[in-house]
Design a protein around this ligand. Structure first.
Ligand SMILES: [Zn+2]
Length: 398
């Protein structure tokens, strides 16, 4: 391996370390990465000169003189994240430290013959904006409600978009000439949690999402578990009722068919409520309508039982609940809490289940995190596209 490559790898390792554990002194970096102090001094000097690291406060060290800590510069890079849904796109531009620079929404028809061109057009409008006031664009992340063969390839199988084997990554890379990472949308949220959230303190956690569909991402030993075909985490298709309603996947009685947005609206109809969508149902519950409150309570109980089953199987340290359905969580909560605690095995009854506030850019921010997490991704889930992202970050892109 040429010496310059080795130097680049070491610089990436320093960025990865600081991105993962936060600011450290040069001595601590040398110890963590098993490098000589002279090498760390030389490489960090170059990274500071490149505007990627900054010297922070002086921190007292035991017995010695105060140590100056080094931290990542949030503006050293940015990424674009795209969330694809059955009727619209949400696109965000995000800095390395997670700060959102801009957000756009536009309608989208995934069933159109020119869907991939329209997707590329929408992303290109954002990526081609004047760059002089912006840090370097590292790449584009795309989150889809379906399974993806490999982040760095990006062939998507998504029944809800009517996309069988759609070459999303290939088409976007050809058009944009940028690194493009494609991933299941819930797995992308888990990437964001690893970077900015639970992943800082937990190696094993579970992300559950509620909303239009129901999903899960399983993070085990710091890595998102993707399964053999990139389709792991389809929690919405756990069977919960033999004669339940028909599900979009073709089966009956799936969890999502009961507690996804359409399932809730159908349950409201069966209870004699006329609600065109789940927001109307939420409004009725907010006004104290007993039937609406019962629909949410039942949904909470069904979700709670299924979640307990999943928690019992994978044994996470903590569970995070996200997604647009969280807006109505106060109505789900009593049913959920009772059911989940009743079904959890002894020793797991106290597992923290944290329901986070949610805004509509959350999914797209997760997609951007696929790119922003790449320099810190020791597991290498981003593959060849991740190598290109790292090259752009350390300024050695061809
Ligand atoms: Zn299903």
């Amino acid at each position: 391996m040429p010496a310059t490559d080795r130097g680049d790898l070491t610089r990436t390792a320093i960025l990865a370390l600081l991105g993962t554990v936060g600011p450290l002194s040069r001595t601590e970096i040398a110890r963590e990465l098993d490098l000589s102090p002279a090498t760390v001094t030389q490489l960090t000097r170059a990274l500071i000169a490149a505007g990627m690291l900054e010297e922070l406060d002086l921190r007292p060290s035991r017995g010695g003189r105060p140590a100056q800590r080094l931290g990542l510069v949030g503006s050293a890079g940015r990424a674009v994240g795209v969330k694809v849904t059955a009727d619209h796109l949400v696109i965000v531009e995000v800095r390395l430290d997670g700060e959102v620079l801009g957000c756009w929404e536009r309608s989208f028809d995934p069933a159109s013959l020119s869907a991939l061109d329209e997707l590329a057009d929408a992303v290109e409008q954002v990526t081609s904006r004047a760059e002089q006031d912006h840090p370097p664009l590292l790449g584009v992340g795309v989150g889809v409600p379906g399974s993806v063969d490999d982040q760095a390839v990006g062939t998507v199988n998504a029944p809800t978009l009517r996309w069988p084997a759609m070459p999303v990554g290939e088409r976007l890379r050809r058009r944009l000439r940028l690194p493009v990472l494609v991933e299941n949308d819930v797995n992308a949220l888990a990437a964001a949690e690893r970077l900015y959230g639970r992943g800082r303190t937990h190696r094993d956690f579970l992300v559950l999402t509620i909303g239009r569909g129901v999903g899960a991402a399983i993070v085990s030993d710091g890595r998102v578990y993707r399964g053999a075909r990139g389709g792991a985490g389809e929690f919405g298709h756990v069977p919960v009722g033999a004669d339940g309603p028909a599900c979009g996947c073709g089966a009956r009685g799936c969890l999502e068919a009961f507690v996804g947005a359409d399932g809730l609206v159908a349950a409201a109809g069966a209870a004699g409520l006329d609600c065109p969508d789940v927001n109307a149902l939420g409004e009725a519950a907010g006004n104290g309508d007993r039937r609406a409150l019962d629909v949410f309570h039942q949904a909470g109980a069904i979700l709670g039982r299924a979640a307990a089953g999943l928690i019992n199987v994978i044994d996470p340290e903590v569970v995070v609940v996200l997604g647009e359905g969280v807006a109505h969580w106060p109505f789900w909560q009593a049913g959920f809490d009772r059911a989940v605690r009743a079904q959890l095995m002894p020793g797991r009854k106290d597992i923290p289940i944290e329901v986070e506030s949610w805004d509509e850019t959350g999914w797209a921010q997760g997609a951007a995190a696929l790119v922003l997490a790449t320099p810190f991704d020791a597991a290498g889930a981003a593959g060849e596209q991740g190598r290109l992202v790292r090259a752009r970050l350390i300024g050695t892109a061809p």
